[in-house]
Ligand binder design. Structure first.
Ligand code: SF4
Length: 224
């Protein structure tokens, strides 16, 4: 492992000590996780949970049933996740991709290398880097670090990343410095999201935040 500059492992340790394990997406829920990764774009996870519960209740949370259901009905069931018409189209685009590339088999899809699968996922309508990497990490336990807006915000505020770091730059920063383990990446991303939701909002609540001691003294307590 390369280890240059600030060490994000110290941040992980502090967050894990403060929050403990987050239990995000344990294995064995492939299609549910992928649906979740697409629906969570631009919305809170609580809204996604409502949509997933509706899909489950309607017996639609399987590759076969999602393939069969009409797009308009799918859209109405996922309404709570926002942008539901667009998201229904994105889900259908993913299913066409799954059918076209892997004969509808998530197992076959999971046998792809990280690089090949990531490249293919990025070519699917509605799947950008964060969604692709969430699918790789959480559905297939591939060793990919997921970056989101909270990651960029927290690590820019702490001076680890510059304020306009791109997705790829941020991802490289972590992957060059962290142990290359899917479980570690999984837990780290979940801890970052928890920190972002509870403390590192637009207006940060540094007072009670477990990362407060990592702020440089001169900026502690100063509005960001
Ligand atoms: S709330 Fe403050 S201490 Fe916590 S992560 Fe954000 S900038 Fe850092």
């Amino acid at each position: 492992m390369k280890n240059r500059g600030p060490d994000p492992r110290a941040i992980y340790r502090a967050l894990y000590k403060a929050f403990g394990p987050q239990h995000w997406w344990p294995g064995g829920v492939g299609i549910e996780m992928i649906v979740g990764a697409i629906l969570t774009q631009n919305t809170a996870w609580s809204n996604v949970e409502k949509a997933i519960a509706k899909l489950k209740k309607s017996g639609l949370l399987s590759v076969k049933r999602l393939r069969e259901v009409r797009t308009a009905r799918l859209a109405s069931l996922i309404r709570s996740s926002g942008y539901f018409n667009q998201k229904a189209i994105k889900l259908k685009a993913f299913l066409s991709f799954l059918d076209g590339e892997y004969g509808g088999s998530l197992e076959r899809m999971g046998r792809e290398t990280i690089r090949a699968l990531r490249e293919k996922l990025l070519s699917v309508h509605g799947i950008g880097p964060e969604t692709a990497d969430s699918i790789l990490l959480y559905a297939f336990e591939k060793r990919v670090f997921v970056v989101d807006a909270y990651t960029l915000r927290i690590f820019a505020r702490h001076g680890f990343l510059h304020s306009r770091a791109s997705y790829d730059e941020a991802q490289r920063f972590f992957m060059e410095r962290l142990p290359s383990r899917a479980r570690y990446y999984n837990e780290y991303h979940a801890l970052i999201v928890r920190t972002g939701k509870e403390y590192c909002r637009k207006k940060p609540r540094c007072g009670g935040c477990p990362l407060n001691r990592f702020l440089r003294r001169e900026i502690r307590g100063v509005k960001h």
